[in-house]
Design a protein around this ligand. Sequence first.
Ligand code: GDP
Length: 329
Amino acid sequence: MDSTFRRIPDIPLQDLIDGLSLGNRAFLSRAITLVESKRDDDKIVSAELIDKVLKPDAKSLRIGITGVPGVGKSTFIEAFGRMLTGMGKKVAVLSIDPSSSRTKGSILGDKTRMEELSKDPNAYIRPSASGSSLGGVASSTRETIILCEAAGFDVIIIETVGVGQSETVVKDMVDYFLLLMLAGGGDELQGIKRGIMEMADHILINKADGNNLKAAKQAKEEYKNAIHLFPPNDANWTVPVGLCSATERTGIEEAWEEIQKYQQQTTGNGWFAKNRKRQLLKWFHERIHAKLEMDFYSRKDIKEKIKEREELISSQQISVRKAVDELFN
Ligand code: GDP
């Protein structure tokens, strides 16, 4: 059965909160399962849990990582995460996966790919939440971020699995958005849309090693020129273009230096806090929309009325406008 529908074993809320604040990973997993639950009774407890653990000024850093399948996201996160835990940081890795077709097998695959990190006592890897809507998955991921921060994780990495729709969602929940690219693929081939490049705070060309190094250096110059043509971003940040090799573990420290520079600069100019506030308000309004929609469509009388009007509209006996007005009257 899908884990999101599984009721977690009863545990007093205060015990869960205490376990979380001690950084206990088993309690963190239980808390995440609770916020992902679709059961009404779990939802009430989750709301209370989130409310109690919310830290107004969480000192964490939330980093989004995206790139086409095969670019090296897992390998990069393994290297990057290990470097951070080596510095004494606690790192959580979450993923957003909009496709429902993903099997349990590939989730396990991810775990074995980040083999060192998954065994690291200062790291926590959680496979993506499943759900019918991207909005729902996004919302539970945001709450999972809050739980990880409550458990003392200082760097939260959100990986997008699959390309296309999830990047915007991730961009709206992170402080920094890192785009991994490959040399020699061409933008079209890599399926990276210009819009995604414009969202990036950092472009990193991976697999800059062996025979590929020359092409990677060339790609770096091309991307540098390309981003010059983009409008300046709101954070007043010059997007760095760098090289790395996740397997050779080169360029990883330099990437972290850039990220710290960003954090310093945007904390200084107020953008960091402003961006988090903006994201919270956006989330609030998205949840209002989602709730209105769900409440509306789940009403029995509305379901019947919609069905009736669908027939009237199909046979052109009523206009769409009139049908909608009638539903709300
Ligand atoms: P993901 O699908 O983006 O998570 O990509 P993976 O991390 O699974 O990597 C895909 C493949 O590329 C694997 O076979 C990796 O070993 C390989 N790979 C990842 N990073 C590098 C790198 O820096 N250099 C080289 N040569 N291969 C890499």
